[in-house]
Design a protein around this ligand. Structure first.
Ligand SMILES: O=C(O)CCC(=O)C(=O)O
Length: 292
C-alpha cells in the first residue's frame, strides 16, 4: 500500500495528466451506478466549454430560459443582505470570515427559490454533462464578500479544491461584479481535464501568489469572471482559482456545488420536502445522493 501511494505521488509530480486519467478511471468505476448519458442540446456548448477550459461565463436567461426565477431568488438574497448583522461577528484575524459572510441556510425546502435554481433541470444537465455522471448537490449558500485591509489571504490566493476528483460550482451573481468587487479569477486549463496540471510553488496551505501561478499557467489563461447581476459562472474548482482581492466593492452571489457519489468532503446542505414522484432522475440523485 505504501509503495502504491509512493508511486502515485511520483506519478502525480512527473506525469500529472497520466495521474489524472488514472484517478478519473477509478472514480468513474466507483460511480458507475450514476452513469449519465443525457445530452441536452440547450447546454451542449456550455458543457463543451467547461470540458475545454474548466470555466464558463453565461447568464441566467441562457441557462434557465427566462428570468423570473432569478428575480425571486434575487429578492430573497436582498432580504438576507438587508437583515445581515451590521456588526459582523468578530472574525479571527486572517480567516475567511474577515471578508466573506455566509447568508445561506443549512437546510432548504426544495421549493425555496435557491433550491429551485440549484436543482433546475438545465443546471443539472450542465453539471452532469460536465462530470459525466449524475451529481449530488453538496452545498448551497449565499456569499457576501467585501473589501478588507491588508494583502490577499485564504481564497484570495490561487488554490485548487480537493473536494472530489472533479467537481462543479455554479455562481449566480446578484450584484454587478467588476474588478473592484473581487470577481472569481480562474486559470483556464488547470482543471482535471485540462492540459495545465503542473503544481506551482505555494505556502503550507498550497496557496500560491500570482508570481508562482505564472510559472504553470501564463497570465493569458487567467479569466476574470466579471458580470452584471444574473451572470452565471460555472467552474470546476479542482482547477486553480481565487477571488481577486476586492478593493472597493461588495459582491453578493449564490453558490451551488455538485459532486460525485464519492466526494472527499461531507455534504453540507439538507434538502427537505421533496415529492419523489415529481423529481426527474437527475433531481432525485441531486437531492437524495443516491440513484432512484
Ligand atoms: O470567492 C471566490 O470567488 C472564490 C471561491 C473559491 O475559492 C471557491 O469556491 O473554492
Amino acid at each position: 500500500m505504501a509503495l502504491r501511494t509512493a508511486l502515485r505521488s511520483q506519478l502525480a509530480r512527473r506525469a500529472p495528466r497520466l495521474d489524472d486519467a488514472a484517478a478519473q478511471a477509478v472514480w468513474r468505476r466507483r460511480n458507475k451506478d450514476r452513469a449519465y448519458d443525457g445530452a441536452d442540446p440547450a447546454v451542449a456548448p456550455l458543457v463543451a466549454q467547461l470540458r475545454e477550459d474548466g470555466v464558463a461565463i453565461t447568464d441566467f436567461d441562457t441557462v434557465f430560459g427566462d428570468r423570473q426565477l432569478f428575480d425571486t431568488a434575487a429578492n430573497e438574497a436582498r432580504r438576507r443582505y438587508d437583515a445581515r448583522p451590521t456588526e459582523p461577528a468578530s472574525a479571527e484575524g486572517g480567516s475567511k470570515a474577515t471578508f466573506l459572510t455566509k447568508l445561506g441556510d443549512p437546510a432548504y425546502d426544495v421549493g425555496h427559490p435557491f433550491a429551485r435554481v440549484a436543482l433546475h433541470p438545465r443546471v443539472l444537465a450542465v453539471a452532469n454533462g460536465y462530470l459525466g455522471l449524475r451529481s449530488t448537490l453538496r452545498a448551497l449558500d449565499v456569499w457576501h464578500t467585501h473589501p478588507t485591509e491588508g494583502p490577499a489571504i485564504q481564497t484570495q490566493l490561487w488554490h485548487r479544491d480537493g473536494d472530489d476528483v472533479m467537481n462543479l460550482k455554479m455562481f449566480v451573481y446578484f450584484t454587478d461584479v467588476r474588478a473592484p468587487a473581487g470577481p472569481l479569477c480562474y486559470a483556464r486549463g488547470t482543471h482535471p481535464l485540462g492540459s495545465l496540471r503542473k503544481l506551482p510553488a505555494g505556502d503550507e496551505q498550497a496557496r500560491s501568489t500570482d508570481e508562482q501561478m505564472r510559472t504553470v499557467a501564463p497570465e493569458s489563461t487567467w479569466v476574470l469572471c466579471e458580470g452584471a447581476p444574473a451572470t452565471v459562472v460555472f467552474a470546476d474548482t479542482c482547477g486553480y482559482h481565487k477571488q481577486l482581492k476586492p478593493e472597493s466593492g461588495e459582491r453578493m452571489l449564490m453558490v451551488s456545488h455538485y459532486v460525485s457519489g464519492t466526494p472527499l468532503v461531507p455534504r453540507v446542505v439538507e434538502l427537505t420536502g421533496a415529492d419523489d414522484a415529481l423529481l426527474s432522475d437527475d433531481q432525485f440523485v441531486a437531492v437524495h445522493d443516491r440513484p432512484r
